[in-house]
Design a binder for this molecule. Structure first.
Ligand code: ADP
Ligand code: MG
Length: 255
């Protein structure tokens, strides 16, 4: 049975989409069957995989709101080794419509139930807020992967996220656990980065991935080519780091 991982942090620009796309590619390179679901109205994950988000038969919106089967919305990206359910601006409407919908926080769980067995991993790229879309992802998920940029306000946002995790565990998804906290855009020459990283390790211990993602310009360039870093520059530091993250995750599961 596949594992559903929500890549989430209500802060924008911390590396959620970069992590979703590149971890999907690295897990696929490790011969895992991977589906990436884009749940952000910006549709950056879809674009980063070379999918034209505004010219697709169905998007995440249709799966959530229009009872379109998830399998119908899957775009197979053979060249990349994994599949994508694209997101686009339609999702903005879903944020509002979900408020009054039946089973409003269970819709994504219901929708993904039909296809979970076809994948080893389903990664959900969440929007930068704790809205109904993110709630749906957290309810559907087995675990949360939280990218954190090591800067001054990072820890503050993290405590709100941990409270949300506890609330969801206590109510609608008792099995939800923390896959790990991922340090992104890491600059080891920067004093503040190091301080915040040390604090993270002190508070969260082995819930922080040993692997961190360095600041690497190639990671920022790859999306403009519609490619994960592995397909764009597989020897870059960014590519090596995301491969290491995939390996660490797979090894954690064996323990
Ligand atoms: P989020 O999805 O959390 O909003 P993104 O993944 O879109 O964050 O990243 C924000 C910006 O930072 C993007 O322009 C992205 O290309 C860039 N970026 C992300 N990770 C790295 C990195 N490790 N090194 C350099 N640039 C990065
Ligand atoms: Mg994003």
């Amino acid at each position: 049975m596949g594992k559903i991982i929500a890549v989430t942090n209500q802060k924008g620009g911390v590396g959620k989409t970069t992590t979703s796309v590149n971890l999907a590619a690295s897990l696929a390179a490790a011969k895992r069957r991977v589906l990436l679901m884009d749940l952000d109205p910006q549709g950056n994950a879809a674009m980063g995989c070379g999918v034209d988000k505004d010219n697709v038969a169905y998007s995440s919106y249709d799966v959530l709101m229009d009872d379109v089967p998830a399998s119908a919305a899957v775009v197979v990206r053979d060249e990349l080794g994994f599949s994508v359910i694209p997101g686009n601006a339609d999702l903005t409407a879903a944020e509002v419509q979900l408020m009054n919908a039946d089973r409003k926080e269970l819709r994504l769980r219901d929708a993904l139930g039909q296809i979970t067995s076809q994948y080893d991993y389903i990664l959900i790229d969440c929007p930068p807020s704790l809205n109904m879309l993110t709630l749906n992802a957290m309810v559907a998920a087995n675990s949360l992967l939280i990218p954190v940029q090591c800067e001054y306000y990072a820890l503050e946002g993290l405590s709100a996220l941990m409270t949300t995790l506890k609330n969801i565990q206590n109510t609608v998804n008792p099995g939800l656990y923390l896959e790990g906290i991922l340090r992104t855009m890491f600059d080891d020459r920067n004093r503040l980065t190091k301080d915040v990283s040390e604090q993270l390790l002190r508070y969260f211990g082995d819930q922080v991935f040993r692997t961190y993602i360095p600041r690497n310009i190639r990671l920022a360039e790859a999306p403009s080519h519609g490619l994960p870093i592995l397909a764009y520059d597989k020897s870059s530091r960014g590519a090596v780091a995301y491969n290491a993250l995939a390996e660490e995750m797979i090894n954690n599961e064996k323990k």
